[in-house]
Design a protein around this ligand. Structure first.
Ligand code: CFM
Length: 537
């Protein structure tokens, strides 16, 4: 029997000082689904209580690591002490595939200005200039991006002035990010900063027309474990042209030309909805939410793209691809269900996967008993319908909001307002995202920015069959006797997107929840006690 979620909530809150408990109570919610589709309000995108062990990362991580990092031919330079660059290097398993061995791929390099005491005291701009010159001489890249770490903001180095200067001097695009780690409450601030600069400095800078008929961008897909390769293959087989992905397996040129697309599809709403909205305002490109995680979601997303373009040939090709793929998916689903049906999962991941991966578990017959994001906002939990009521606090105001207006010459609405209304009437949710909670069962626990203490208590109370989180949580979870699937890096597995990815996921989770290995784990001191008892008797 599942524990009473209200009792569990009280149990978690009991451990905190009064003020913390009061705030925390708004971030731990027992899910309800009201008749009108509304769900309870959750507090999100707020500061972590000092002293709590959070899963969150920093603003720099969200900007450099998440959004720009997967692009292979923008040369990224971390302006800061060496650790920031080093620990954000190659840890996310975002893959890339240059067209030829001669094409640039800088992902394998870790470039940093390696700030020392001298720069902290006397300023780091000189060293940054020298680093850019050196990097240019070595690689001759199309573009160089500079990422600010905490000390850069503290000492006041003007990375943007250096960028402008070097752009003029070198004749390539050089742009900077004020993504100091402390800028926001989490990496989410870094996404926004990255989106703003990409939009300002890169998107729309290449006017080469594209002759293809069904042109889209895929926003918020970062090619972890090869996911983007699977999606690219599906789109190609359907006859859909992918102009640019933001930013898995991406290139600078693709971003620059991305305003030629006629539809933006948004995979990770949290990290990149800003780009979708700005591109619609400036160029007139509408966006829809897609989800290529889960076989059902993949089929639905492809169908929605076809519905948007409203073309019989395209619809037919999509249906053909879906049916070609579904047989193998259903076979594996059937097989794993016999062993996984009824098992329980918990997902505490990022800003979109805690939602998306619930569909894969559901396809296996598994139940998500608790889930939460690390840094998502209320709209990712409750749906975009709550956007007008989201409180803007001082931390959010800290991040620049670009004022975007229709481009004088290039704004061209891809669909007339009547057409969009028609599409919506036919069930296509244009600019919509319903969020995670409306799809979770009543009585499941939703926890924002889960603290490590709570993780340990949940493991004890629920004993789920699998816990999904990241590397920082992994070993604590396994020591509790429960398998932990990393949903950030996929451990060493993947791809998990699309139909092929779903099959990989089913098999992997089947293997993990049906092995007993973690229940044999014993702490050394427990083993010692047993030994002593054995000797004594
Ligand atoms: Fe979007 Fe991501 Fe995620 Fe994210 Fe991330 Fe990630 Fe993630 Mo780790 S962009 S919000 S900042 S889907 S790195 S590829 S897995 S926390 S759920």
């Amino acid at each position: 029997m599942q524990p009473n979620p209200h009792t569990v909530k009280d149990e978690l809150l009991k451990a905190y000082p009064k003020k913390t408990a009061r705030k925390r109570a708004e971030q731990i919610v027992v899910n309800q689904r009201r008749a009108d589709g509304a769900v309870p309000e959750i507090r999100a995108n707020v500061r972590t209580t000092p002293g709590a062990i959070t899963q969150r990362g920093c603003t720099y991580a969200g900007c450099k690591g998440v959004v720009i990092g997967p692009t292979r031919d923008i040369l990224s330079i971390t302006h800061g002490p060496i650790g920031c660059g080093f620990y954000s290097w190659l840890t996310r398993r975002n893959q890339t595939r240059p067209e030829s061995p001669q094409d640039a791929n800088y992902i394998t390099y870790c470039l940093s200005t390696d700030m020392q005491d001298e720069q902290i005291v006397f300023g780091g701009e000189k060293k940054l200039r020298a680093a850019i010159e050196e990097a240019y001489a070595l690689f001759h890249p199309k573009a160089i991006a500079i990422f600010s770490t905490c000390p850069v903001g503290l000492i006041g180095d003007d990375v943007h002035a250096v960028a402008r200067d070097m752009r003029d001097r070198l004749g390539i695009n050089v742009f900077g990010f004020s993504c100091e780690g402390y800028k926001g409450v989490s990496q989410s601030a870094g996404h926004h900063i990255a989106n703003n600069q990409l939009f300002k400095h890169v998107v729309g800078t290449d006017e080469t027309p594209r002759p293809e008929k069904f042109k889209i961008n895929l926003l918020g897909e970062y090619n972890i474990g090869g996911d983007a390769f699977v999606i690219e293959d599906l789109l190609e087989r359907c006859g859909i042209t992918l102009i640019s992905t933001f930013s898995g397996n991406s290139t600078y040129d693709a971003f620059a030309n991305s305003h030629m697309a006629d539809l933006n599809t948004v995979m990770c709403h949290r990290s990149i909805n800003y780009v979708a909205e700005m591109m619609e305002k400036k160029f007139g490109i509408p966006w829809i939410k897609v989800n290529f995680v889960g076989a059902e979601g993949t089929a639905k997303s492809l169908r929605h793209i076809a519905q948007y373009f409203n073309d019989a040939g395209l619809t037919e090709r999509v249906e053909k691809v879906v049916s070609e793929e579904m047989t193998a998916v259903l076979e594996t689903q059937f097989e794993v269900r016999s062993r996984c049906e009824g098992k329980t999962a918990m997902l505490f991941v990022g800003g979109s996967r805690a939602h998306h991966y619930q569909t894969l578990f559901a396809e296996m017959g598994m139940k998500t008993v608790a889930a939460g994001y690390e840094f998502a906002h209320r709209d990712d939990y409750e749906g975009r319908r709550v956007l007008p009521t989201v409180k803007v606090d001082a931390d959010s105001r800290n991040i620049e909001e670009l004022q975007v207006v229709p481009d004088e010459t290039r704004y061209q609405p891809r669909k007339g307002p009547g057409e969009l209304v028609q599409l919506e009437a036919a069930g296509l949710d244009v600019r919509g995202y319903q969020g995670m909670m409306p799809e979770m069962e009543e009585g499941t626990l939703v926890i924002d920015d889960i603290y490590h203490f709570e993780t340990e208590r949940l493991l004890e109370i629920y004993k789920p069959d699998i816990f999904c989180a990241g590397i920082k949580e992994k070993y604590a979870v396994q020591k509790a006797g429960i398998p932990c699937k990393q949903l950030h890096s996929y451990d060493y597995g993947g791809p998990y997107a699309g139909f092929r990815g779903a099959i990989n996921f089913y098999n992997e989770i089947d293997r993990m929840v049906n092995t007993k290995i973690w229940s044999y784990v014993q702490a050394p001191w427990e083993a010692e006690e047993e030994l002593e008892e054995a000797i004594a008797s």
